[in-house]
Every structure is written in C-alpha cells, then in structure tokens.
Design a protein around this ligand. Sequence first.
Ligand code: FES
Ligand code: FES
Length: 232
Amino acid sequence: MTDRIPRGGLSRRGLLKGGAGAVGGFAATAAMGQGTAPPAAPAGPSDPRDPLPFEVTLNGERIQASAEPRTTLLDWLRETRELTGTKVGCNHGQCGACTIHIDGEPRLACLTLAQQVERREVTTIEGLAAVAAAGGYAEDGLHPMQAAFVANDALQCGYCTPGQIMSAVAVVNEGHASNAAEVREYMSGNLCRCAAYPNITAAVLEARERMPEAAADGGGARQELHLRTGEA
Ligand code: FES
Ligand code: FES
C-alpha cells in the first residue's frame, strides 16, 4: 500500500500537534489583542429574595420593618416579630385561624403579604387588650371578648381561639351580633375542630353587652367575613 504521507512531511500526529498549536496561538493572539479584562456584565434585576423595607403600626407601635416580597404577613408576624398568637391553620384562607385586624378590619394574615401593610395599622391578638385599655373598656387587663371566652369556656384546645376572638370583635363592631343566628352566620369563616361553637356564640353575645357600640379598634370593619381575601 502506498504511504500517502511523504517522509518528512506532515504526519497525523504532527497535524494534530500543529493544529493544537495553531489554536493555542490564535487564542493567545486574541487575548493579547484585547489587552484588558472583558467589561462587567450590566447589573440585572435585584434578587427577588432581597428584603424590602416597609413601615407599619403594629399593635400600636410604629416600626420600620423589612421582609422579602414573597413573605406573608402571617409568617412575618410569627417568625420575625415572634407574635405567635396568630395561628397557622390551613395557610390557604379557609379556616380563619390567622385572622388579624388591618385598620380595624378583619383580614387573613395567610393571604396577605407583609409588604401590603405598608403604612397600615395591624392589630394581633397580642395587642387586643391594649385597644380595649385605650378605649377604657378593658376587664382585668383583657379585652371584653377575651374575658367572655374565658367565662364561657369557649375553647377546648384553644388553637382556633385567637382567630375566633379577632373575628368576634369585628362582628360586634360591625353590628352583626344581634342574636345567636347572626353570630353563627358571621362567624362561619372561623372553623373550630373542637366544635366549641355553642360556647363561642355565647361568649360573643355576652361580650357584645360590654363593648362600646363602635369599639375604638381602628375603625368600623366591613363585614365580609366569609368572603375575606388578603387584600389589604
Ligand atoms: S391559616 Fe387558615 S385562613 Fe389563614
Ligand atoms: S378550640 Fe380547638 S380548634 Fe377550636
């Protein structure tokens, strides 16, 4: 067979070596030609996980706060402010365990982003007694609704109780506690797995008698308890 590669000519090994050298040389030349580091990439959008600042009045205290845009008010209250009285139930707007007040209106903290309460007044169960104290109708350091829940044994495990009380205060403030049937209707968004409903209803009716007609809870609440969304 004829040797197609002439003696002293380019062998396959030599070709590969030479090719590699050529490529290397081209790269080196290109790099030398640039002379400087490539320009920095333009700044992209900020990390969506970066905390953003916001201002809120929380249980009567105006504070400068921050939270990731995706953080719910429920998580922020519990994990950042350590206000664990607001409970995590379904986390999907179905049970009422996370009910708090925003500007005096009942809202579900699990459907509200922390950033949505910018310049709003947020009241949790921890701040409810102070609201009553400021209005001059606290009872032994409790809001009348809290005292009525105790007096009427309106709980068993107690997990739903903070949300029940926050909703109940709003129901009375809005004038929807004229009788047991109305209380049951307007409290229907708050579930109690222990089925303490009869005692809860009794407590709401009792507290109604000891609360001012339009309790100074930051304003009258719109009554949309079973249509509530997290919209602040
Ligand atoms: S946790 Fe159930 S409604 Fe928010
Ligand atoms: S008291 Fe147990 S869930 Fe209501």
